[in-house]
Design a binder for this molecule. Sequence first.
Ligand SMILES: O=c1[nH]cnc2c1ncn2[C@H]1C[C@H](O)[C@@H](CO)O1
Ligand SMILES: [Zn+2]
Length: 376
Amino acid sequence: MTSMPPRSPLDPAALTLAPKVLLHDHLDGGLRPSTVLELARETGYDELPAETADDLAVWFRDAADSGSLERYLETFAHTVGVMQTVGALERVAAECVEDLAADGVVYAEVRYAPEQHLERGLELDEVVEAVLRGFAQGERTAAGSGRPIAVRCLVTAMRHAARSREIAELAVRYRDRGVVGFDIAGAEAGHPPSRHLDAFEYMRANCAPFTIHAGEAFGLPSIHEAIGFCGTDRLGHGVRVIDDITLPPGARPDDDSFPGAELGLIANIVRDKRIPLELCPSSNVQTGAVASLAQHPFNVLARLRFRVTVNTDNRLMSDTTMSKEFAKLSDQFGYGWTDFERFTVNAMKSAFIHFDERLAFIDDVIKPGYAVLLQG
Ligand SMILES: O=c1[nH]cnc2c1ncn2[C@H]1C[C@H](O)[C@@H](CO)O1
Ligand SMILES: [Zn+2]
């Protein structure tokens, strides 16, 4: 797909320098292992499965690498378990911003489910305010070290629970203070998006954007509901949209083009309406949404001109960063800087901030950043 040879090699240093935009990253999936350990000691959480930061990092990666979304999600008990105080939430949020900035992310939307942080008596508003304070602190620290970043928040409702309307109201209440949207997450099978129609209707009535985890563990019906019934603005993963695409005989996932590919109703509406796909390659392999990176439909979807974006999902569970996801995709599909610039512009166009702000990132940060890499 690369139209000209990259002048700067795609090495780790250059990948870190490249401006990146991240739309799908969970706050409770991105803690530093050392922070999990320290917070557990401070808050008296005594159920951690390992005693050193290194062992903990390995435990999270291996336990999440289960091939099942349900088992993958069980690992969050330990991160959520240590994020039950104002201090812990502020710290995790600030470190999240610092880590993303150090990886060259210039804009991120980070999500988490406030309803999961009430075990020690916090109210929903206190949780949201603590995280927003942490983000602001992290932005100041990052700017101070020459790595400016803007981080906005999405609040998530858990799809197996019954608080989605309340969480949607929370999103709207904090819309002018850094919360830019709403999401539902959790085990997909048995919990279709339409169960939360009330929340999505509230968001739409308030002209407030949202994304839905759909088409990850469960297939096309989930994507259909997210778009047709709920009116989602983006798809969290949406990777199973590939089930609605018939490729020409003999096509391989790493081919350059897919002439004669046939799209069904759902695939066409996703592409026609430019509905952004928040693809998370490493996570998709770990949860079994795809069999392997080589089999990931990222390349098929990119070449069929879906609006694909690259995301981390859970940096701790997948032992990943945006740079690592770029490197994996480049190794697998041969992408160069031109491709990564396109995926980054795709992401920025799909962000839940205002149009003029998106444009400013594209013109003032992303394009000049990739121009330097392309010139070498
Ligand atoms: O990829 C995912 N699919 C569904 N749910 C997820 C995924 N990653 C994280 N979650 C859940 C676990 C977290 O506790 C919750 C809020 O961030 O969202
Ligand atoms: Zn997710």
